[in-house]
Design a protein around this ligand. Structure first.
Ligand code: ADP
Length: 403
């Protein structure tokens, strides 16, 4: 039996089929350009390797039909029957303050996810479409919703509130929610396993550094603070997002440039960060290539990103009273970029964080890159949000079967 893990976006559906028996991935794929006559479905199909099909796909229902046909295609079946899908685990971005853990989807859950649309307008409607279509195409198969915000719901009030008039919280739900929760939770679980420590005794600073980036302070296995806020815009400098800045800049720019709210929103979310500073790209690999050629703005963008990251690591060490087992790096940049890891902890030896530069440069997959005498471990752990979603769904299936 298998778990289908689904990530439904506005014009794409990404999926993995994970075996309940041993967590192995039977196939993974993606339908892109939904809404076009030439939507692209790429997926792995056993010995056939990677396959690519082009179909006219006008909506999510057609996209999932294409996926289901491919999974059971007699020419190269991944499964013989859709009944082999024991449950579907859906990534849902925003669960507001309502959802603190993975839940099985019911009419009431759908209503509650809908109520979070105004908090996550870019993602929740599409996540809901994926759920709705699966409920129709796979009737009777349990659907699980796994929320990006859920892990952070253990943050204390003094960490999640903004210092705005309190009424904005009670009337409009304005507070820090945090995102990348599934990744930070996976990192917490893996770190506990790697350090052979019970999660309830584990304190870490988890750094998820991808195109979107966030950092999380974990005490006793639970999130107590995180850098993303009401939306994913706050915190670290990201590929195209500004991260923290003085909010007064917004009205100043709107006035100076005659910008609308939408234009300013796009400026901060899509044209800022590494892209905005460098004027060239949001991709860190490309920035390093430019910096090699003495591009000053590319170097500056890297320097600013690393500086902000170090500030957050040091401040979360304070949040955790210095009682930290590990600083953990994950996602595209965290897993692959030794320079960023090195610079992010440089000078933090006084906090007990000492990196072994040689080990750091040689790191591949899971690695401990701290010196032997470093009080705090420095770990690189590849994240795997899909696996965690699959495990949550598999746990539900087992519980339902009573074993
Ligand atoms: P997303 O948030 O879109 O999932 P990723 O986790 O894939 O993003 O991270 C994308 C970032 O990771 C990019 O800035 C990219 O340059 C960087 N990255 C990915 N792979 C590598 C690599 N092998 N070496 C250095 N940087 C990498």
């Amino acid at each position: 039996m298998y778990i289908l893990v689904l990530n439904s976006g506005s014009s794409s559906v990404k999926y993995q089929l994970v075996s309940i028996k041993d967590d192995s991935i039977a196939t993974r794929g993606c339908v892109e350009k939904i809404g076009s006559k030439e939507a692209i479905h790429t997926y792995s199909a056993g010995e056939q390797g990677k396959l690519k099909e082009v179909h006219p796909i006008s909506n999510h229902e057609e996209a999932l039909s294409v996926i289901f046909r491919a999974l059971t295609n007699p020419a190269h079946p991944v499964i013989s029957d859709l009944k082999q899908i024991a449950a579907v685990g859906h990534r849902v971005v925003h669960g507001g303050a309502k959802f603190t853990e993975t839940v099985v989807v019911t009419e009431e859950v759908i209503k509650d996810i809908r109520e979070c649309i105004e908090l996550g307008p870019l993602h929740n409607p599409h996540n809901l479409k994926g759920i709705d279509v699966c409920m129709r195409l796979l009737p009777g198969t349990p659907q699980l919703a796994v929320f990006d915000t859920a892990f952070h719901q253990t943050m204390p009030e003094h960490a999640y509130l903004y210092a705005l008039p309190y009424v904005f919280y009670t009337r409009h739900r304005v507070r820090r929610y945090g995102f990348h929760g599934t990744s930070h939770r996976y990192i917490t679980e893996r770190t506990a396993a790697v350090l052979n420590k019970a999660q309830k005794n584990l304190n870490i600073v988890s750094c998820h550094l991808g195109n979107g980036s966030s950092i999380c302070a974990v005490r006793g296995g639970k999130s107590v603070d995180t850098s993303m806020g009401f939306t994913p815009l706050e915190g670290l400098i990201m590929g195209t997002r500004s991260g923290d800045m003085d909010p007064a800049i917004i009205q100043y720019i709107m006035h100076k440039e005659n910008y609308t709210i939408q234009e300013v929103d796009s400026l901060l979310n899509k044209q800022s960060g590494l892209l905005g500073i460098s004027g060239a790209t949001n991709d860190l690999r490309e920035l390093f290539a430019l910096a090699e050629k003495k591009d000053q703005r590319a170097s500056l963008a890297i320097q600013m990103m690393v500086y902000r990251l170090k500030k957050y690591i040091a401040s979360y060490m304070g949040v955790l009273n210095g009682e930290v087992d590990a600083v953990v790096f994950t996602a595209g940049i965290g897993e692959n970029n030794a320079y960023v890891r090195e610079q992010a902890v440089e000078g933090l030896e006084f906090m007990g964080i000492k990196i072994d530069k040689k080990k750091n440069r040689a790191a591949e997959g899971e690695a401990d890159v701290a010196t032997a005498d470093s009080r705090v471990r420095i770990l690189v752990i590849p994240t795997n949000e899909e696996l965690l979603i699959a495990k949550d769904a598999a746990a539900y299936v087992r519980k339902r079967r009573g074993n």
